[in-house]
Design a protein around this ligand. Sequence first.
Ligand SMILES: NC(=O)c1ccc[n+]([C@@H]2O[C@H](COP(=O)([O-])OP(=O)(O)OC[C@H]3O[C@@H](n4cnc5c(N)ncnc54)[C@H](O)[C@@H]3O)[C@@H](O)[C@H]2O)c1
Length: 439
Amino acid sequence: MNVTVIGTGYVGLVTGACFSEFGVQVICVDRLAEKIAALKRAEMPIYEPGLEDLVRRNASAGRLEFTTDAREAIRSALVIFIAVGTPPANDGSTDLRHVEAVAREIGQNMDGYKVVVTKSTVPVGTSHKVRLWIEEELKASDKKVNFSVVSNPEFLREGAAIGDFMRPDRVVMGSEDGDDQAMAIMKDLYRPLFLNETPFVLTNLVTSELSKYAANAFLATKISFINEISLLCDKVGGDVQGIARAMGLDNRIGKKFLHAGPGYGGSCFPKDTLSAAHFAREQGTRFEIVEAAINVNQRQRSYALDKIVEACDGDVQGKSVAVLGLSFKPETDDVRESPALDIIAGLQERGARIQAFDPQAMSQASRLLPDVDLCKDAYEACTGADVLVIITEWNQFRMLDFNRIKSLLNEPRLVDLRNIYEKAAMVSQGFVYWSIGRA
Ligand SMILES: NC(=O)c1ccc[n+]([C@@H]2O[C@H](COP(=O)([O-])OP(=O)(O)OC[C@H]3O[C@@H](n4cnc5c(N)ncnc54)[C@H](O)[C@@H]3O)[C@@H](O)[C@H]2O)c1
């Protein structure tokens, strides 16, 4: 089977590479010529563990190709995935301009039956709009071509994307009423996962589209929930990690996404929660839980910033802050909506200087943080700083040499926004220590 993936970002590249690993013939398309040129040289545009090997192996086997030529890629494929970005518009709704551009391009170039799949996260009704956009283009060129539209949202996590794609908790696919042909083709494409007994949720377009927002809204709410508990813990002297453990051991709750910290970030939760809330309002109702989760998340970022200011005796003006971790979570170089960006901006507004280090996100961050001193490692970041702040819990920050750090910092102060150290151990090493919800 021939598959084309349009949009070669975190999702498109992983999707294309993984399908080619299943033995499918894949073409990945992107409009960015430099990105495609780099991929042809097997240079990855993103940091994602295991991706480079997968791409190299399948590209050399001739199963995975990269191009900017959407026309040929559309014509040669039976299944076309739309995996372009769906950023938030100013009012919180989803900007569908990239999806529309691709749908129209498909309509302009389609010359035979295709299954067009929305893999991007899109509001309810978008797959139907994809049909209308394609039909408009077909009509404009007086072509009569039959096609199907399928919704197949992606649930992978950055940093664990390949494992998530190859061994997902579930695959969700929605088709138009009675379109058995499209479902049969999609099942055939995903056959390796069917054989693995991966659960499949086969449904209609609306249910499939909404399931992605429901899942992300729920996970974001879980994070905001534990962050609210962390505030209470700080007030009354509880330990949020103990509470998360006590809650998480209950199988009905589960232990994941119960880590207090500086709030969720990344390219999905912030925009998907906003979009879900906006969509509910458009429908004349309210998604009140998710609205609360969004507000709590914003407050948590300010709360994290306040902790750092408190650690600097209430004033960061003229102080140097060592920041460890810029990506929104470990094992990715993605800094989109990272809490680190907001926190750094808040510190700079208050007159602080920032010395930062991240194991993978330095080049992504450098574009967004022109006034930050980007350091070669954690120890350089600490040199001459007045306080050390851990924002992202990369593994290499879990075993820092605190004797060395103490000798480099002006003052032995640590603000651990991910609760990766024990207060008693840090105090015994001579540090003044702040964390989240472990007063
Ligand atoms: N990143 C994640 O962890 C994740 C997880 C699940 C779902 N999603 C969803 O998947 C979608 C893609 O996200 P992403 O993080 O991969 O985005 P991304 O920004 O990394 O990649 C999008 C790519 O699409 C390309 N593009 C845009 N318009 C194009 C066009 N007209 N023709 C060809 N290429 C075009 C861009 O150049 C870019 O390379 C979004 O809807 C996102 O919400 C993302």
